[in-house]
Write a protein that binds this ligand. Structure first.
Ligand code: FMN
Length: 391
C-alpha cells in the first residue's frame, strides 16, 4: 500500500508526498498602480506559499483569466504583466523552499457583480439566468466592500465563448512564464465552466449548449485542449464538484453521466489529474463549521477511476493522517488535499508525519487584509516548541 508520505510522479512532475494544499483564496493581493493591472500578488503572499512548500503539491488560490472574470474583490489574476511579475516572486520562493506549485484558473461567469467589473459592465454567464441566493464580495451602494447578491448576467455570444478559450490559453501561457509547474482549471463550484456543463442551467441552443453532452462539455474540452497545447500534457489538472450546490447550481439529473463522460474525455486529452470535491458541502457553504460529512459514492468513483488513467485528488473534510491513509487504501485516489488545515499549519505535512498536534485557524481571518495576522504568523511546530521551551 502507498503511504501518504510516499513520493508520487504526476506525469513529468515529481511530488515529494501525496499531500496537496488545495486552492484557497486569501484576499491578500495588492492593488496594481493601473486599473488594468488588476489585483497583484506580493511578497507577503510569497512568504505564505513558501512557508507551505512542504506539501507535495500546492495549488494556488484561484486567478482571473481576464478582467471580466473578476467575481470577487482582491482575487489575483494572471492577465497583466504586473500580476505575472508578482506571481514570479511567489513561484521563486516556493521553488527555493523545495516545493511544487500549480496555478488555479477560473472565470466566474454569473457569480459576479458589476461594481468590481471594468467600466461597471454586466456579468456574463452561460445564459441570462441569475444565481438566485448567491453573493460575491463587491462594492455596495456606499462604495464599501461587502457581500452583495450577484446580478443577472447576460449570456455570452457564441464567438465570445470561443474567444474565452483563447483567454484561458493566454492565461496558462502567462502562468508558465510566471514560473508555475502546471495549472488547474476550475470547472467546479458553480463558476463559468460548470455553468456550461449543467444540463438544467445550460439551455443554450448553439454548439456550446442544449441537451447534447458533447455540446455542454465543449467549452471545458476546448479550454483543456488549448491549455494542454500551451503547457504540454501532464501539467494540467481539472477541478470538478459533481453534485455540488455551491453557486446556486440546480440539481442536474444527468450529473453522473456527465461526470463519467468528462473524466473519460479528460483522460484522452492528457490531463494529469482530476481534483474532486469528495466531501459534499452542506448548502454549498465552503467555510461552514457544521460539516455533516457526505461523500461521493465509492461505486461511482470506481467507475471514474476506470475511465481516467491519470491521478485523482480528493478534497474536503480531511483533518488527520488516518482518515487520509484510509482513503488512499481504497485504491480509488492517489493524492489527498487538506484545505483549512493548511491555513494554520504551514508545516502540515511534517505535523501529520510526526503526529504533532494541529493548530486551528480563526475563520474571521480567512479573507482579511491585515498583513501577517492570520496569514503568515502561524509558526511551524518545531519553532513553536523551541519558543515555548525558551520562555
Ligand atoms: C478560505 C477558503 C478559500 C477557498 N478558495 C478556493 C479557491 O480559490 N478555489 C477553489 O477551487 N476552492 C476554494 N476553496 C475550497 C477549498 O479548496 C476546499 O475545497 C474546501 O475548503 C474543502 O476542503 P477542506 O475541508 O480540506 O477545507 C476555499 C476554501 C476556503 C476555506
Amino acid at each position: 500500500m502507498n503511504s501518504l508520505f510516499d513520493p508520487y510522479d504526476l506525469g513529468p512532475v515529481h511530488l515529494k508526498s501525496r499531500i496537496v494544499m488545495p486552492p484557497m483564496t486569501r484576499t491578500r493581493t495588492s492593488e496594481g498602480a493601473l486599473p488594468t493591472d488588476g489585483d497583484v500578488p506580493n511578497a507577503l503572499m510569497a512568504k505564505y506559499y513558501g512557508q507551505r512548500a512542504g506539501a507535495g503539491l500546492i495549488i494556488s488560490e484561484v486567478n482571473d483569466v481576464d478582467q471580466s472574470s473578476h467575481g470577487y474583490a482582491r482575487i489575483p489574476g494572471i492577465h497583466s504583466e504586473t500580476q505575472k511579475q508578482g506571481w514570479r516572486v511567489v513561484t521563486d520562493e516556493v521553488h527555493r523552499q523545495g516545493g511544487t506549485i500549480f496555478m488555479q484558473l477560473w472565470h466566474v461567469g454569473r457569480l459576479a457583480h458589476s461594481s468590481i467589473l471594468p467600466n461597471g459592465q454586466t456579468p456574463v454567464g452561460v445564459t441570462g439566468e441569475r444565481a438566485e441566493g448567491s453573493e460575491v464580495f463587491a462594492h455596495g451602494a456606499d462604495g464599501r466592500l461587502r457581500f452583495m447578491p450577484v446580478e443577472a448576467p447576460r449570456a455570452l455570444a457564441t464567438d465570445e465563448v470561443a474567444a474565452m478559450v483563447e483567454t484561458f490559453a493566454k492565461a496558462a501561457a502567462n502562468a508558465r512564464e510566471a514560473g508555475f509547474d502546471g495549472v488547474e482549471i476550475h470547472a467546479a463550484n458553480g463558476y463559468l465552466i460548470e455553468q456550461f456543463m449543467n444540463s438544467v442551467l445550460n439551455t443554450r441552443t448553439d454548439r456550446y449548449g442544449g441537451g447534447d453532452m458533447e455540446d455542454r462539455t465543449r467549452f471545458l474540452m476546448e479550454v483543456v485542449d488549448a491549455v494542454v497545447a500551451e503547457f504540454g500534457p501532464g501539467r494540467i489538472g481539472v477541478r470538478l464538484s459533481p453534485f455540488g450546490k455551491y453557486g446556486s447550481m440546480p440539481s442536474d439529473p444527468l450529473t453522473e453521466e456527465t461526470f463519467l463522460y468528462v473524466v473519460q474525455q479528460l483522460g484522452q486529452r492528457g490531463v494529469a489529474y482530476v481534483h474532486l470535491l469528495y466531501e459534499l458541502l452542506p448548502d454549498g457553504n465552503m467555510e461552514s463549521a457544521e460539516f455533516k460529512p457526505r461523500h461521493l459514492d465509492h461505486a461511482l468513483l470506481a467507475k471514474a477511476r476506470a475511465a481516467f488513467p491519470g491521478a485523482f485528488i480528493w478534497c474536503g473534510g480531511f483533518t488527520d493522517r488516518e482518515q487520509a491513509q484510509a482513503s488512499l487504501d481504497t485504491g480509488l485516489v492517489d493524492l489527498i488535499a487538506f484545505g483549512r488545515p493548511y491555513i494554520a499549519n504551514p508545516d502540515l505535512a511534517q505535523r501529520l508525519e510526526n503526529g504533532w498536534p494541529l493548530a486551528v485557524a480563526d475563520r474571521s481571518t480567512y479573507y482579511t487584509r491585515d498583513g501577517e495576522a492570520g496569514y503568515t504568523d502561524f509558526p511551524a511546530h518545531s519553532n513553536d516548541m523551541a519558543n515555548s521551551s525558551a520562555a
